[in-house]
Design a binder for this molecule. Structure first.
Ligand code: DAH
Length: 344
C-alpha cells in the first residue's frame, strides 16, 4: 500500500509538471483527487488491511493528497499567469497611435438656412407654425381659393401646379401661404407666425428653377398693424440674415392675398457693377414678396378687417441661400454631391 501511494504520487507530480495546459491540469486533478479518483480508490481499500496499520496508511494517503494538491496549485498559478500575459500581449494596444478619423455629418445648407431664418423671426416674437397647419399635400381651397385667387387664375392651371390623381382638387402646394389660412382658421389675433416648408411647381428644371423648393412664410395680425411694421420687420431680417445693414427697396407688385403688395429687393451682395451676372447689372436682387393681408382673406377666416389688420411675406429659401453663399446653380442643393455639401 505504501509503495502504491508513493508510485501514485510520483506519477501525479510528473504529469502535473509536464502539462502546459490549464484544462489538462484540471483533468489531472480530477483523475487523482476527484471523488472517483485514484486516491479515493486506494482509500477505499483501507478496510482490507489490518486495523493497526490503518492509521499510518491513512495519514500517508492524506499527506499524498496534500502534496499532489500543492503541486497542482503551484503549476496552476504559473500556467494561469502565463495565459494572462499571453492574452495581454495579443491584445496589446499602442496608445501612441493616432486616433481613427470619424467624419462629422453636417447640416444641409438649406436646413441651416431655414433654421437661421426661423431663429431671426423667433427673436422678433414670431412663433413656429403648428405642424398640422402646414401640410404639403393640400386642397385647392387652402392653396388658392381662400387666398383670394380668382377661379380662373393661371397659377391654378395644371401646367403650373401638380395635382394629385387621388382626388379632385388635391394638389402639392405651390406656396407656403396655405399655412396662413389654416393658422388663422384655428387661432385668433394677435398672431405672429413663421412657417417654413417645401413647395412644388411644374417647372422645367434649370440652373435657377427646380420643381421642388423651399419657402418661409410669415405673417402678423393684430389691431393697428401697418405697412411700416412690415418694413421694419423685413429690414431687420435682411440686416441679420446678410450680416449688415443693407439697403432694401420695396417695389409695388401684386399678389391676390395682399393689398397693397410689394416685392422686396436687397442691394446686390456680389455686385461687380455694370456686367454683374448676379443682378444683371441692376444693382438689386429680389428676395421676397409681401404685403398687407387682403381684407377678403381676413373675412374668409372670420377675422373682422374693420378691427384687425395684418401683413404677410414669403421668401424662397434656395434663392436666399444662393445669394448668401454665392451658389450659381439651384440643382446643387438636390444632387447631394458631398464635395458641394462638405463646404458648409
Ligand atoms: N406665395 C407667394 C409666392 O409663392 C409669396 C408671397 C408673397 C407670400 C406675398 C406672401 C406674401 O405671404 O404676402 O410667390
Amino acid at each position: 500500500m505504501k509503495t502504491k501511494l508513493e508510485a501514485l504520487k510520483n506519477q501525479a507530480i510528473n504529469e502535473i509538471n509536464t502539462t502546459q495546459d490549464l484544462k489538462e491540469l484540471q483533468d489531472i486533478k480530477i483523475k487523482y483527487l476527484g471523488r472517483k479518483g485514484e486516491l479515493n480508490t486506494i482509500k477505499r481499500g483501507l478496510k482490507d488491511i489490518p486495523p493497526e496499520e490503518r492509521p499510518v496508511i491513512g495519514e500517508l494517503a492524506n499527506k499524498t493528497a496534500a502534496e499532489i494538491g500543492e503541486n497542482l496549485n503551484r503549476v496552476y498559478e504559473n500556467l494561469y499567469k502565463k495565459s494572462v500575459s499571453q492574452k495581454l500581449e495579443a491584445e496589446r494596444i499602442d496608445v501612441t497611435l493616432p486616433g481613427d478619423y470619424i467624419p462629422y455629418g453636417k447640416q444641409h445648407p438649406l436646413t441651416a438656412t431655414v433654421n437661421e431664418i426661423i431663429s431671426i423671426f423667433n427673436r422678433m416674437g414670431f412663433m413656429l407654425v403648428e405642424e398640422a397647419n402646414n401640410p404639403e399635400v393640400e386642397t385647392e381651397y387652402y392653396n388658392f381659393d381662400a387666398l383670394n385667387f380668382p377661379p380662373d387664375h393661371p397659377a391654378k392651371d395644371m401646367q403650373d401646379t401638380f395635382y394629385t390623381i387621388n382626388a379632385e382638387n388635391l394638389l402639392l402646394r405651390s406656396q407656403t401661404s396655405n399655412s396662413q389660412i389654416r393658422e388663422m382658421e384655428n387661432k385668433r389675433p394677435p398672431l405672429r407666425i413663421i412657417s417654413p416648408g417645401r413647395v412644388y411647381r411644374a417647372e422645367a428644371i434649370s440652373s435657377r428653377k427646380y420643381n421642388l423648393f423651399h419657402q418661409v412664410e410669415g405673417f402678423m395680425v393684430d389691431k393697428e398693424v401697418t405697412f411700416g411694421n412690415l418694413k421694419g420687420v423685413l429690414n431687420e431680417f435682411t440686416r441679420q440674415f446678410f450680416g449688415q445693414a443693407r439697403p432694401t427697396r420695396f417695389r409695388a407688385s401684386f399678389f391676390p392675398f395682399t393689398e397693397p403688395s410689394a416685392e422686396i429687393d436687397v442691394q446686390c451682395i456680389i455686385c461687380s457693377g455694370k456686367g454683374c451676372r448676379t443682378c444683371s447689372g441692376t444693382g438689386w436682387l429680389e428676395i421676397l414678396g409681401a404685403g398687407m393681408i387682403d381684407p377678403n382673406v381676413l373675412r374668409t377666416v372670420n377675422i373682422d378687417p374693420e378691427v384687425y389688420s395684418g401683413f404677410a411675406f414669403g421668401m424662397g429659401v434656395e434663392r436666399l441661400a444662393m445669394l448668401k453663399f454665392a451658389i450659381n446653380d439651384i440643382r446643387l442643393f438636390f444632387n447631394n454631391d458631398v464635395r458641394f455639401l462638405e463646404q458648409f
